[in-house]
Design a protein around this ligand. Structure first.
Ligand SMILES: N[C@@H](CCC(=O)N[C@@H](CS)C(=O)NCC(=O)O)C(=O)O
Length: 214
């Protein structure tokens, strides 16, 4: 049995949970991190030396870093077309997946999610929101152009890459900020919302993460 360590509200845990659900691999998830704690023990740090979530145990395989876990699960349990056999097909899709994880998501989380949800609202100013909007808009525009009519990143087939490109879009589309009009991205998000695994593992309220005064 695969065990995922991490709270359901973490966007990085959501990558792993959504992947497992799309692959149909049996697993359990244990609440770790944030209000649940448990990440600062010697045992947990042996799995994730950063003391962050997620961590994963699959028999003798122990891993941290959500994108690495995602690719491990796809390589071990996935089949084409979800996990293309041909590296020449998989690689260019992975460029976009990696770019969303390392460029789009930091801009969204640092520029908007943390100021609007995680931090004390007394610190929020219109300038901070405007800066966040200015940082994410060109990246969202790039993703919209790459997606085109889709329906998925690879065209007709839903693949591993859609999990990394799609996992942050729930926050992108539900946070209160001004978004450019990007019809391809909006249609892609609407299609993701039709997937039961996305609804179950990604469309999870982030209200429990909202700043609370001491
Ligand atoms: N690069 C790491 C980042 C992990 C990370 O930042 N996790 C956050 C949640 S999304 C965390 O552990 N926060 C502290 C906590 O929940 O206790 C990954 O993708 O797995």
């Amino acid at each position: 049995m695969i065990t995922v360590y991490g709270r359901a509200t973490s966007s990085n845990v959501q990558i792993v949970m959504w992947t497992l659900a799309e692959l149909g691999v049996p697993h359990e998830r244990l609440d770790y991190g944030h209000v649940h704690g448990g990440t600062d023990t010697e045992d947990y740090r042996a799995m994730n030396p950063m003391g962050l979530v997620p961590a994963l145990r699959d028999g003798d395989v122990v891993m941290f870093e959500s994108a690495a876990i995602h690719r491990y699960l796809c390589a071990r349990y996935g089949r084409a077309p979800f996990w293309p056999d041909d590296p020449a097909l998989r690689g260019p899709l992975d460029s976009w997946a990696e770019w969303v994880k390392t460029a789009f998501m930091p801009a969204l989380l640092n520029g908007l999610f943390y100021p609007l949800v995680r931090r004390d609202p007394a610190l929020l100013t219109p300038e901070i929101v405007a800066q966040g909007e200015a940082a994410i808009a060109p990246l969202a525009t790039m993703l919209d152009a790459r997606l085109g009519q889709g329906p998925w990143l690879a065209g007709g087939d839903f693949t591993f890459a859609d999990i990394l490109t799609g996992h942050g879009l729930y926050r992108y589309f539900t946070l209160p900020f001004a978004r450019p009009d990007l019809p391809n991205l909006a249609a892609y998000y609407a299609r993701l919302c039709q997937r039961p695994a996305y609804a179950r593992h990604v469309q999870i309220s982030y209200e429990p993460l909202r700043f609370k005064p001491e």
